[in-house]
Structures are given as C-alpha cells and as structure tokens.
Design a binder for this molecule. Structure first.
Ligand code: NDP
Ligand code: X2W
Length: 347
C-alpha cells in the first residue's frame, strides 16, 4: 500500500526527523515538503543528511499545497498548525507535532499557551492505554492525531503505570529532566548558542511554569486518578538530542517493592517500543539515539518510601516524529512498528 504524504515544517528539526523516518517507510511516499521563510529552497539545503529526498523543493505552507495527500504531518510552531488544519479535508489523516491539539482543557491552553484554542485530538502516545478513550484505542481509524510534547510523553510514560496500578500517590510527583537543545527547534535563540550550552547545565521553566505540565497531568489523570500534580524541572545539557527524565513518587502504604516493579513490567510487557530494564539497570540517552524506544529503569528507595523511575528517549524520535509515525501506522491499520526501529545508533 502506498499513501501519499506531505510534511509541513520540513526545514525544522521535527520535520527533518519525520522525513528521515518516512524516507525508509515502505507504505509512505513523501511527495510534498513545505516551510515558511525558506520556501522555494531545495530541502537538502536545510536537511543535508536526507540524501534520498534531494529531489524535493520546499513549498509554502498553505492548505492548498497540503491538500490532496493521504497523510499530512505538521511540524510547525505552536499556534500555526491550528490555522491550517481546519482547512484540510476531513478524509486526510492529519498528524500535528505541535501543541495546538493536545490539551483537552481550554483553560490549560489559555494559561500555558494563549491565543486561539483549536480543540483536542487523539493523543499520539499509544502506550498510554486507558479506559477513557486516550491511548491506542483512540488512534485506530483516527483522522486527526496530536503527537506529544517530548518531555510530556516521557514523564507520562514514566509514571502512568504506577498510577494505573494504584501503587504510587498521584500527588507529590517530582520529575527532573536532562534535555538536549534540539527540543527547542532550529530557530536562533541566544540561550541556545553553542557558547551558552556547551560545558554547562541550564535549568529553565522552573517552578511550575513549563507548558508541558498540563499535558503531563492530563495523561496521568487519564491513567486512573482524578487528581495528579507534579513538580517538573527541565535542564538543558550539552547533548544535541535526548531526554533523561528522573521521576520520583511516594509509594502507597502497603505496596511492596515487588508490586511496584510489577506495575511497570506488566504495563509494558507487550509494548514494542517501551522496555523496562532488569532490576539494577538504568538507561542512558546514548542507548536510544535514533530509536523509537523509551527505556525505563526503576528502583524502590525504601528509606524515603519512593520509587525512582529513570527514562531515556530520543526527543526527536519517540518524543515526536517516531510517535507521530507509530500513531499514523495505527490509524491507517498498518503494523504499528512499520518503518520504525527499536535499535539506536552507537557510539
Ligand atoms: N524539536 C523537538 O524535539 C520537538 C518538537 N515538537 C514540535 O514540533 C514543532 C516543530 O518544532 P521544531 O522542528 O523543533 O522547530 P524548528 O524551529 O526546528 O522548525 C520550525 C518549522 O516551522 C516552519 N515555520 C516557522 N514559522 C512558521 C510560520 N509562521 N508558519 C508556518 N511555518 C513556520 C519553519 O520553516 P522555515 O525554516 O522556513 O522558517 C520550520 O520548517 C513545534 O510545534 C514543536 O514544539 C514536538 C516535540 C519535540
Ligand atoms: C530544550 C527545549 O526547549 N525543549 C522543549 C521541548 C519541546 C517539545 O517537546 O515539544 P513542544 O514544544 O511541541 O511541546 C521544551 O522544553 O519546551
């Protein structure tokens, strides 16, 4: 089967990663790539690593250019995809990598983003299976999919099994993340200059201000609690890609260490792209580079009564483009793993 595909935001990091994966996907045929200021230029001027797509030229990002494809992937700045998606035909599968269609509560959108609210779509993290319509079930046959924020999906995958199994307290969650600067996109920002990022660790959005917090809590609520709250702190470190999220949660009274581990192992036992490491093993970001894999290590700290969950993902793959393609595979009835690899690149 061959589905014609357009990628909008193709000159950016997320668009480039979508294209790298789509180029080797047997059922997707990338016909159109679009950009904004760089429209009119050859794709490889902006993505020189995508040699098999060197025939493509960046077009303007308009509904007219994007219409007429079976699948449209959008990797545009926040607030820009919502403007486009309303004009795309309902039969087109649209997968948005921005935040415009992630949040179910308009008040969260207003508080953390602002501007027009475009409504929530099926959330592109299949492993967050729940009884409330999110997860894999909501993606089957979907025509509109919101791919996740990379930090948000990493933390939700880290903590949801404990909430679903009732072995951790949903309040008093803490997550601190080491993140690579590619998560912030390609556009020039002073705090992301090499001279500002190399040789240092920079915390940002400290103190409950990061826009991924409502996205995390809505996923955790969907896992099986009506209340979830998290202290969330990201720290930029000098690695181009990757997220290492260290999350801790208070263990509910009476839950044994074995029951805690069991919750995560059971939740992900059949998942191709989320793996729980054996006791005593913890992931490194290097282990998932280029892979659509989330690796999870966990330990129970009996002294403080908390579980410590360490999760590594590649922000551009499992955090964005890989999740988008995995979700599109499900929506189209293709094998979920098509075109995606659990194996990373090393060293
Ligand atoms: N980077 C990451 O790890 C992740 C990114 N995402 C999301 O994916 C989306 C893209 O992010 P990313 O690739 O990092 O960003 P980049 O800054 O690297 O790329 C942005 C893309 O959008 C285009 N663009 C810029 N302004 C406009 C506009 N006004 N209208 C239409 N297109 C525009 C750019 O085109 P041009 O080059 O011509 O200006 C470019 O192709 C964002 O919503 C982001 O939050 C989600 C999860 C993780
Ligand atoms: C280093 C850095 O700035 N990372 C970004 C990750 C962005 C992301 O995952 O996606 P969305 O912007 O689409 O939500 C951040 O923390 O906001």
């Amino acid at each position: 089967m061959s589905f014609s595909v357009a990628v909008a935001g193709a000159s950016g990091y997320a668009g480039g990663e979508l294209l790298r994966l789509l180029a080797d996907h047997p059922d997707f045929d990338v016909r159109t790539v679009t950009a904004h200021a760089n429209a009119g230029q050859p794709l490889v001027d902006h993505q020189p690593h995508l040699r098999s797509l060197r025939h493509l030229v960046l077009e303007a990002t308009t509904p007219e250019v994007l219409a007429g494809h079976d699948v449209v992937f959008l990797a545009l700045p926040h607030g820009k995809s919502g403007e486009v998606t309303a004009s795309l035909p309902p039969e087109t599968l649209v997968v948005d990598c921005g935040a415009d269609h992630r949040l179910v509560d308009e008040a969260d959108w207003d508080a953390f983003y602002g501007g027009d609210y475009f409504g929530a779509w099926a959330y592109g993290v299949p492993e967050l299976q729940t009884s409330t319509g999110r997860g894999r079930d909501a993606l089957v046959g979907a025509k509109r999919i919101a791919a996740p924020g990379c930090n948000a999906s990493t933390v939700a995958l880290s903590l949801a099994p404990g909430i679903a199994a009732g072995v951790i307290e949903p309040l008093d969650l803490v997550s601190v993340l080491a993140v690579g600067p590619s998560g912030a996109g390609k556009s020039l920002k002073v705090n992301l200059l090499a001279s500002e990022v190399l040789g240092t660790a920079n915390p940002y959005a400290v103190g409950g201000t990061h826009r991924h917090i409502p996205e995390i809590t809505q996923s955790l609520r969907a896992a099986g609690t009506d209340r979830a709250s998290i202290s969330f702190t990201p720290v930029i470190v000098p690695m181009s890609r990757g997220i290492l999220a260290t999350s801790t949660a208070r263990i509910v009274q009476g839950a044994t260490a074995a029951a805690v581990r069991e919750a995560w192992e059971t939740a992900y036992a059949d998942e191709p792209f989320v793996q729980v490491l054996p006791e005593g093993s913890f992931p490194r970001t290097a282990d998932v580079l280029g892979a659509n894999t989330a690796l999870i290590g966990l330990a129970v700290d009996e002294t403080v009564g908390r579980v410590v969950v360490v999760t590594a993902v590649d922000n551009l793959v499992k955090g964005t483009a890989g999740a988008a393609i995995q979700s599109a595979n499900i929506a189209l009835g293709l094998p979920e793993t098509t075109g995606l690899s659990v194996n990373g690149v090393a060293p």
